[in-house]
Write a protein that binds this ligand. Structure first.
Ligand code: 4FL
Length: 221
């Protein structure tokens, strides 16, 4: 699996060198290809934005650098090209799993007030939102998407963690509470059933807790 990220802020992706994702990239389990959109600007000052036609606040990313950058990154349109946008389809765990099965995805990041609409028409397959709030750039959303997808790539998570037995494994049910040592902390005790050694009782307790928490926090869906 290869993820190409098209951005005006390539340094933001330095964070991917850290921790679990960093180790997986090092091991070649998957690949992240960070591309600087500015390198494709034909403007003498490498400008990538301009004032919006019709007026209004903020700047809009111009089509030429984006179009050339997308075309150079994905010649022949083999990849699924995604524009991160508050107007996009909402990301969820089911969508993450689907994306993790693709061989190449291109994440296109706008900043300022957005990108020229003709790029979406000409070059983009899907607009994706990570939630109903506004960021300073799509790059924060791209980092979320990359991280969520990476967890499904074989060899990224250690054998001690699993993508099957967790919150949202079914896209719906929330996880039960977790406890570790010590058995008592600040007067609070680990539920007796978890130290009973009765595996069947433990499984029943966890299922009840999951169902209770899901109902309380997400309604009876
Ligand atoms: C992208 C917000 C995806 C939520 C500003 C530029 C955004 C975003 N999901 N805010 N892109």
């Amino acid at each position: 699996m290869k993820i190409s990220v098209l951005t005006l802020f390539p340094e933001m992706y330095g964070i991917l060198k850290e921790s679990v994702i960093g180790r997986a990239l090092e091991a070649g389990v998957f690949e992240v290809n960070v591309v600087n959109i500015r390198d494709y600007s034909l403007n003498k000052h490498k400008k990538c934005d301009d004032y919006p036609f019709g007026g209004g606040a903020g700047m809009v990313m111009t089509p030429q650098p984006l179009h050339d950058c997308i075309t150079a990154t994905d010649p022949g349109h083999q990849a699924v090209r995604i524009y991160l946008s508050p107007k996009g389809e909402h990301l969820n765990q089911k969508k993450v799993l689907e994306l993790s099965k693709l061989s190449h995805i291109v994440l296109v990041n706008g900043s300022y007030e957005g990108i020229d609409e003709r790029i979406i028409t000409l070059d983009i397959d899907m607009e994706l939102s990570i939630g109903d709030y506004v960021l300073t750039s799509g790059d924060f959303a791209s980092l979320v998407v990359i991280n969520a997808i990476a967890r499904y790539i074989p060899g990224v998570l250690g054998s001690e963690s699993s993508t099957e037995e967790e919150s949202f494994a079914d896209g719906r049910t929330l996880e039960y509470p977790h406890y570790t040592r010590p058995q008592e902390f600040m007067g609070l005790w680990v539920p007796q059933v978890l130290v009973s050694g009765d595996h069947k009782k433990v499984a029943e307790w966890r299922k009840e807790q999951s169902e209770r928490i899901t109902k309380e926090r997400r309604g009876n869906k």
